[in-house]
Design a protein around this ligand. Structure first.
Ligand code: 0O2
Length: 231
């Protein structure tokens, strides 16, 4: 297998720049760390203000070498570190699973406001769901990563979605997304109905959240301390 790979001229050229590739991937890995820290800080702030966590969980991944090569080949692009950096924007990927729909937008706006974050692209599949019912907020952002003698602006794909959006997308991913099985129209309609139900659930939970947040915001920190200490 390895022998076949190395005898492929495309791969041969790629391996020549192995060090540059490893360095690039390290920059991406650090960019993920930077953005995760930003998200965790925002999570702490909301936790202090509203006594609840807007982020349910964060998953991150670096795209695999085979995934990168597949994408470059599909786009007919050269397999060099320069080409990867210029053309593929989801090498560093972060999925943020939020508690409520408002949290998705609040976190996105908070990231946008940060001086060192540049927004390169936003796709709002919550306001404009995909035809199959997929909902999520996708952002391509750029953040600086500081090495000892070099600073690079790295792109990171951030997908923000609620727990309900995530459970639908995870199940749909297993059943349908990029799968060869031929989904009938009836099955597609059924999947879409499930997506609509999950959107309704998000909407109802969001209304409840707004009522609770409004109440908590109107209580001062001293009220909160009094309650905690004296019941
Ligand atoms: P996987 O399997 O998650 O790695 P591009 O990234 O530019 O090539 P596109 O379509 O412009 O492609 O990007 P878009 O629309 O922002 O979607 C990218 C990612 O969103 C996908 O990554 C999925 O993770 C997710 N996604 C988009 N549409 C769907 C969908 O219909 N169902 C599910 N479950 N996930 C979706 P990948 O790399 O395509 O796939």
């Amino acid at each position: 297998m390895l022998k076949t790979l190395i005898s492929n001229p495309e791969v041969e050229g790629f391996l020549e720049s192995t060090y540059d590739f490893a360095k690039l991937m390290t920059f991406y890995k650090c960019a993920i760390m930077e953005v995760e820290t930003k998200l965790n800080v925002l999570n702490e702030e909301t936790s202090l203000k509203f006594d609840r966590q807007p982020i349910n969980s964060i998953q991150s991944r670096l795209k695999s070498l085979s995934g990168i090569m597949k994408k470059l080949r599909k786009k007919g692009l050269p397999m060099t570190p320069e080409s990867i950096e210029a053309n593929i924007h989801d090498i560093a990927g972060i999925r943020v699973i939020c508690s409520f729909k408002d949290d998705v937008y609040a976190l996105a706006q908070a990231l946008e406001r940060q001086d060192d974050v540049e927004i390169l692209q936003i796709k709002d599949y919550i306001k404009n769901p995909k035809e199959n019912g997929y909902r999520s907020l996708h952002m391509i952002i750029s953040v600086p990563v500081f090495f000892e003698k070099e600073t690079r602006k790295m792109t990171v794909e951030v997908q923000l979605r609620t727990i309900a959006m995530d459970s639908w997308a995870s199940l749909e991913h297993q059943l349908n997304y990029k799968k060869k099985f031929n989904f009938t129209q009836e099955m597609r309609d059924e999947l879409k109905k499930c997506a609509d139900l999950s959107a309704e659930l998000d909407q109802k939970m969001n209304v409840l959240k707004t009522q609770v947040d409004t109440d908590r915001e109107s209580n001062t920190f001293l009220d909160y301390l009094n309650q905690e200490l004296f019941g």
